[in-house]
Design a protein. Structure first.
Length: 60
């Protein structure tokens, strides 16, 4: 179902071996160094990357 939905929405195959997941955001009030920057008008805690992983398609 996910594959069909993504292909319909974006006109591209799911292609898990070529995908990466980035998770952004830290709890509000998290003390971040001044060097952490963000988009204009968006708090750095919202955009700071906290995790990244390659996807691995497996049968099962």
């Amino acid at each position: 179902m996910l594959q069909i939905t993504l292909e319909a929405e974006f006109g591209t195959p799911l292609a898990l071996p070529r995908r990466v997941v980035f998770i952004h955001g830290a709890p509000e009030g998290t003390g971040l160094p001044d060097s952490v920057q963000s988009l204009e008008g968006v708090p750095a805690s919202v955009t700071v990357p906290i995790a990244c992983a390659e996807l691995d398609a497996s049968e099962g």
